[in-house]
Write a protein that binds this ligand. Structure first.
Ligand SMILES: [Zn+2]
Length: 399
């Protein structure tokens, strides 16, 4: 058994364990071979199923979605057995309890529209199906059908669905969490209330029986109850999770929404990014003004963060030729990307300046102590803070 450094597509944990290396096998379901010859000469694809050691999810890390001809072949799901019918009826009733009047319901991967048709017998609403390999009867006017992939960022704002259904679809995706999380942010951006119903095969029985027929190329993602719940929790508030059909299937209904802590991060990112944008306009203006006063200016620090300061605020060698540094190893080298020769701090004894800019705010006190020890005096010391250049001695800042 070996450990692999592979990022889990559900929880993001980075160490997985080889679970079942099945080698090269043909597709199993999206094929519909029309001759024996075609069936036995089908192309083969690598399958190595590995398990996340954090959330128990299993996936084929060698999977390539482009290898499956979803646009050419339909995924024929058997929905007519009597147990399946009971199961579908049961789900229809369960979902109907959660919905408001005349909802917009989207099914992604709707196949022949069977499930949407069943829901439309429970409900009056707007039913929309997406499936690049779908084969909905065009005469079925109860469903609007798009023979295409569903794109959360584009289609959620467009249709503002009350409910999105994904039955037996997530296991076909190599990045199911990216898809669902993108839905939850699209819903947030529209300020709408949208439920998501997902249903996938559950492989908990594999852990009891070591059976391997669950593993085939079209199902790169194999959900345990634990990994399914982890996924549902990552993109919304759980309303209900049920195992059905003798534990072979697990389904969940959630209200799509980012977590509060993620919303807080989003707000803060917005606020900071506005300050950064404002600084990118204001600070170069202030720097130009300082140059226009004709006063002598030095920048203390010539590499790393100090060089980045000069890059971001378009500081030029022509306007700001004097750069000094506390670190004697850097003296005699040149500011990367800008070009001033880095001078020793004592250069300022013979060549005093009126204004000092310190890009590394957190070192400002130490730098000023060092300047003091060299008997250097400045009219103005400036640091960058919240999109402004602040007077270090006479402004509010945390340094
Ligand atoms: Zn995981």
């Amino acid at each position: 058994m070996k450990y692999l450094e592979k990022k889990c597509p559900i929880c993001g944990y980075s160490i997985a364990k080889s679970f079942f290396d099945s080698g090269e096998k043909t597709l199993s379901t999206i094929v519909w071979a029309e001759s024996k010859q075609e069936a036995i000469t089908l192309e083969k694809y690598n399958q190595e199923y590995i398990q996340c050691l954090n959330c128990t999810h299993i996936w084929n890390h060698l999977f390539d979605w482009n290898e499956i001809p979803y646009d050419k072949k339909s995924n024929k799901m058997f929905n007519n057995g009597s147990n399946w019918k009971k199961h579908l009826n049961y789900l229809g009733e369960w979902l109907s309890e959660k919905l408001t009047d005349k909802p917009t319901i989207i099914e992604i991967g709707c196949g022949n529209g069977h499930f949407l048709q069943r829901l439309s017998s429970f409900y009056k609403g707007n039913f929309i199906g997406f499936d690049p390999s779908g084969d909905i009867n065009e005469s079925d006017s109860s469903i609007t059908f798009y023979k295409s992939l569903f794109e959360p960022k584009k289609d959620i704002p467009k249709y503002k669905p009350n409910l999105i259904i994904m039955r037996h679809l997530l296991e076909h995706l190599s990045e199911p969490s990216s898809f669902l999380q993108s839905m939850s942010w699209a819903v947030h951006s529209q300020n709408i209330e949208t439920y998501l119903f997902c249903e996938v095969p559950c492989i908990d029985k594999v852990f009891e029986t070591a059976r391997i027929s669950d593993f085939y190329y079209e199902h790169p993602s194999q959900f345990s109850a634990k990994s399914f719940i982890t996924l549902m929790k990552s993109c919304g508030e759980i309303i209900d999770i049920k195992k059905l059909y003798g534990g072979e299937v697990i389904c969940g209904l959630i209200k799509l929404k980012p977590k509060q802590k993620q919303l807080d991060i989003d707000l803060l990112a917005e606020e900071i990014s506005k300050k950064i944008a404002s600084g990118l306009t204001e600070i170069p203006k202030k720097l130009s003004y300082l140059v226009s006063t004709g006063k002598r200016i030095a920048i203390w620090g010539g590499t790393g963060k100090c060089a980045a300061f000069m890059h971001h605020y378009n500081v030029s060698e022509k306007d700001f030729p004097i750069v000094v540094d506390s670190d004697s190893r850097k003296v005699g080298t040149f500011v990367p990307g800008v070009g001033q020769e880095i001078l020793p701090a004592k250069y300022l004894i013979e060549n005093p300046v009126e204004i000092l800019i310190i890009p590394t705010q957190w070192r400002a006190k130490d730098i000023l102590k060092e300047a003091d020890s060299l008997n250097l005096n400045f009219e103005l010391v400036l640091i960058e803070h919240n999109g402004k250049l602040l007077d270090f001695y006479n402004s509010n800042h945390p340094y």
